[in-house]
Design a binder for this molecule. Structure first.
Ligand SMILES: [Zn+2]
Length: 477
């Protein structure tokens, strides 16, 4: 008699690769999906989850998170890993961290999720100061791969390089078999539509890149939002064989509230958010916006960072001397929605995935927001699974994830359609999250062959990824 480690009974099983959408039982053994049948005897399984009324999808893969502490949010190690698991992710790609903080996070607060990481490129920190030549650029990428990372992340919106250097980072990463993600912007353009317009020149006819959060460049700073969306989509479509991309669906943005000696807010983004609702761009303006519930800051709780506003927000703001994260509900819903739903003439999605740009930021809303789009009718359930699971797996070259069929990894996310949230997270057949409560520990690092030595030394389990299989290199298939 066969014996299964886990049986998920009577869920609505959705697999975008095969187009299958049916109520069935999913039996798991040895970390893999063993059988999918209409009725499997629960007596054959060590553990049974009753998934009646729930959706069962391939584990949600978030290709844009921040869990490895590149940004100073004051959270403790591993907190971001807890937060992504609570939201239903089973695999994440950290877009700009360090291997040190990632391994510390997995050891101290790992939630059982699989994590790949890209090294962030910051002059004076991970990259030499001054104009970089090709050999320096190759050395930076080689160092990231040697450390166990999947590649590198260009943070053009924060630490822009010249167009020549940006182009060189991309072609060198391509050459060296590294993953490369790009937050748009060079010394000549910004984190805006003009940066998107620069893509054809930066990539030439051969460059391949993952362009992060397309919606961030369609906020209406150059043209009306609708026109920016149309133009960005056209550029992405023209470069379809060279670019993979994602959009995030979160309403809150994140910026910093630091003021200078005269009480004037320093960050451009923060000043704009305040002016948008007629608040002074000063520390007092921030206090007023916090009191009114327009601005929020973050506070650490046992389970993660949460947004806090009102008097408690003002208290935290004053305790932190103003130098702490601030959030405003300003992200453009029109661009997030239209970019997510946009299709080309062959009826294929132009933008591959939904990625949260969250992790430690309290806006891990991929599933919640995608379920709203499904209810609204903008996405079919299998489209949602394509954007949350299958395409992200393809983007990372994870050939046995993102697919809910026999023989693939038993990474699964269960969704309660009534609540519109993830109800279970399962990695390699083990439950890591139940009803928002994270029960997983540790984690698995996704690395390349080149990073195996370094990752072995950490003692953390790892899985080797062949970046040549990643969508930006292998194509959409
Ligand atoms: Zn990001």
């Amino acid at each position: 008699m066969e014996n299964y480690d886990l049986l998920i009974k009577s869920g609505r099983v959705l697999d975008s690769e095969s187009g299958s959408d049916r109520v069935a039982d999913v039996a798991v053994s040895g970390g893999l999906i063993d059988r999918i049948e209409p009725d499997i005897d629960p007596a054959l399984a060590d553990d049974v989850i009753d998934a009646s009324g729930h959706w069962v999808i391939p584990g949600m893969i978030d290709t844009h998170v921040h869990v490895a502490g590149a940004r100073d949010l004051g959270g403790t190690h591993g907190l971001g890993l807890q937060m992504v698991a609570a939201a239903g992710a089973t695999t994440v790609l950290d877009l700009g961290g360090s291997m040190g903080s990632l391994t510390a996070g997995i050891s101290a607060g790992g939630s059982g999720v699989n994590v790949g990481s890209l090294g962030y490129l910051r002059p004076g920190e991970t990259v030499p100061e001054g104009r970089l030549d090709t050999s320096q650029i190759r050395e930076v990428i080689g160092t990231a791969l040697d450390a166990g990372m999947l590649g590198v992340k260009l943070l053009g919106g924060y630490y822009p390089f010249t167009p020549e250097e940006t182009s060189e980072f991309i072609s060198s990463a391509n050459d060296m078999g590294a993953y490369i993600a790009y937050h748009i912007g060079t010394t000549e353009t910004g984190s805006r539509l003009d940066g998107v317009r620069e893509l054809p020149a930066l990539l030439g006819s051969t460059g391949r890149v993952h362009v992060a959060h397309i919606n961030a460049y369609c906020r209406g700073s150059i043209l009306p939002v609708e026109e920016e969306i149309r133009e960005a989509l056209q550029i992405l479509e023209d470069l379809r064989d060279q670019i993979v991309s994602e959009v995030h669906l979160a309403r809150p943005n994140f910026t910093r509230g630091k003021s200078d000696a005269d009480g004037n807010v320093e960050a451009d983004v923060c000043r704009n958010c305040l002016r948008l609702k007629d608040y002074e761009p000063t520390a007092d303006g921030i206090r007023a916006a916090l009191r009114d519930g327009y601005a929020s800051t973050v506070e650490q709780t046992r389970t993660g960072l949460v947004l806090v506003t009102g008097e408690r927000g003002v208290e935290l703001f004053d305790e932190g001397d103003g130098d702490l994260p601030l959030s405003f509900p300003v992200n453009n819903a029109t661009s997030a929605f239209q970019l997510t739903a946009a299709r080309n003439q062959s009826d294929e999605f132009i933008i591959d995935a939904i990625g949260s740009d969250a992790g430690l930021l309290p806006r891990n809303v991929n599933i919640e927001q995608a379920m709203r789009l499904v209810k609204f009718g903008a996405l079919e359930p299998l489209d949602m699974v394509l954007k949350l699971s299958l395409n992200p797996a393809r983007m990372l070259g994870l050939v046995s994830k993102g697919r809910l069929s026999e023989g693939n990894d038993a990474d699964l996310t269960l969704i309660d359609p009534a609540g519109g949230r993830a109800s279970y997270g399962i990695v390699a057949g083990r439950v890591i999250m139940m009803a928002g409560r994270v029960v997983g520990r540790g984690g698995t690092i996704l690395t390349t062959e080149q990073g195996q030595t370094a990752v072995t030394a950490t003692g953390i389990p790892f899985q080797t990824v062949d970046i040549a299989q990643a969508m930006m290199y292998a194509g959409r298939g």
